[in-house]
Design a protein around this ligand. Structure first.
Ligand code: NDP
Length: 353
């Protein structure tokens, strides 16, 4: 197995102190959001609602359901009838690093191992796509059914939120192979950040809009619904166009759909796209993702901040992620990356950021 951090790997997420803070902050935020969504005033920035007692939080039936869900996903993951795709070349292909002085909290948060596996069972890859992402869709669906039971039929807002997020998850599963080139797989270790993020944070906080709608129904007219659908379609078009263009280019630069694009050569032998989506801003896929995030919140109206938590959090996550990626690309490509930044000056939002 490959060790992630070499002796001189720069510390991320504010080092051990930042990692310790996030270890506490992430689960606390998740619980806070879930409790606020169920509370009457649903005030995101208000005092934390009363924490239910342990007897409410602990349920052997819920634990059994969770273990069954994970077991089912693991069984499906191990089915022999599947395509096997090759991952990216490991960064440490030439030599292994053996850091002596690790930091327990930092390593626990970021993960020490890049690709922990037992035989062909890859823990990180399994967690990234299956139990949490599909679980998010099932939680949304359960909330839709519950709304139908309570009010006779699901609201238009609930249909939109369910439809948009189903499209997003379906897209991720359809383009499953593309995950092999993402930062999560190629750069980040498998620690608390990804395990908690994939298994708890994603299904429970990404379904916040549907949870909010169940407890706080919002009226939504057809014209506004049409506008929101258009916003989601624009976001998806940019997101899918940019991701597919880069994936196709990385897999086969002479593919007819990308062979005509302008590129910058780099010392590594790889090239950087400098026209098409990747000539508009340096992270067009993030832009599309953020536009979709906005479309997921708009069906919840503008009376509460809570359903917009995802847009706010996701903006912070992608701005931070973009900075991390830029640092890595500068290290990888040096002058060629500087030239790319000169040619494409904006990071995510044209003419603004
Ligand atoms: P990206 O798919 O944006 O990949 C970044 C890498 O692309 C770079 O490291 C570089 O790698 C390559 N690259 C950058 N610029 C160029 C260029 N001009 N030409 C060719 N290659 C280039 O990384 P992410 O993993 O951050 O994102 C993947 C998707 O996942 C995004 O759409 C993002 O929005 C989404 N996402 C969603 C999250 C969620 O919670 N919903 C969380 C995180 C991400 P190299 O040169 O080595 O190929």
């Amino acid at each position: 197995m490959a060790s992630l951090q070499g002796p001189r790997a720069p510390l991320e997420f504010g080092g051990p102190l930042g990692a310790a803070g996030l270890l506490l902050l992430l689960p606390a935020t998740m619980f806070h959001l879930l409790l606020v969504a169920r509370s009457g005033p649903a005030r995101l920035l208000g005092p934390p609602p009363y924490l239910p007692g342990l007897e409410v939080l602990w349920s052997p039936r819920a634990l059994l359901l969770l273990l069954t869900w994970l077991g089912l996903q693991a069984a499906l993951y191990l089915l022999p009838a599947r395509k096997v795709a090759e991952g990216q070349e490991l960064k440490d292909k030439s030599r292994l690093c053996y850091p002596i002085n690790g930091n327990l909290i930092y390593d626990f948060f970021l993960g020490r191992e890049l690709n922990p596996r037992i035989c062909s069972f890859d823990f990180k890859y399994f967690c990234e796509l299956r139990p949490g992402l599909i679980g998010w869709v099932f939680i949304n669906l359960a909330l839709l059914v519950q709304e139908a039971e309570q009010r006779g039929s699901p609201s238009l807002a609930m249909w939109l939120v369910n439809g948009f997020q189903l499209l997003y998850v379906g897209d991720a599963l359809w383009h499953e192979e593309a995950i092999l080139t993402t930062m999560d797989i190629t750069h980040d270790g498998f620690g608390f950040m990804l395990a908690f993020g994939d298994l708890a944070w994603v299904p429970f906080t990404y379904s916040l809009q549907a949870q909010f709608l169940l407890y706080h129904p919002q009226p939504l007219g057809l014209p506004m619904a049409a506008v929101i659908c258009l916003i989601n379609a624009i976001g998806y078009y940019i997101f899918r166009g940019a991701n597919s263009q880069k994936n196709t280019f990385r897999k086969n630069p002479s593919d007819p759909s990308v062979s005509g694009l302008e590129t910058i050569p780099t010392a590594t032998g790889r090239q950087l796209l400098v026209s098409g989506w990747w000539g508009m801003v340096r992270h067009p896929n993030y832009l599309g993702d953020l536009i979709m995030a906005l479309a997921w919140s708009l069906p919840c109206g503008v009376s509460h901040l809570l359903p917009y938590f995802y847009v706010l959090y996701f903006t912070a996550l992608l701005v931070h992620r973009e900075a991390r990626d830029e640092r890595q690309c500068l290290q990888k490509y040096g002058r060629a990356w500087q030239e790319y930044c000169r040619r494409v000056p904006y990071r995510i939002l044209p003419y603004i950021y």
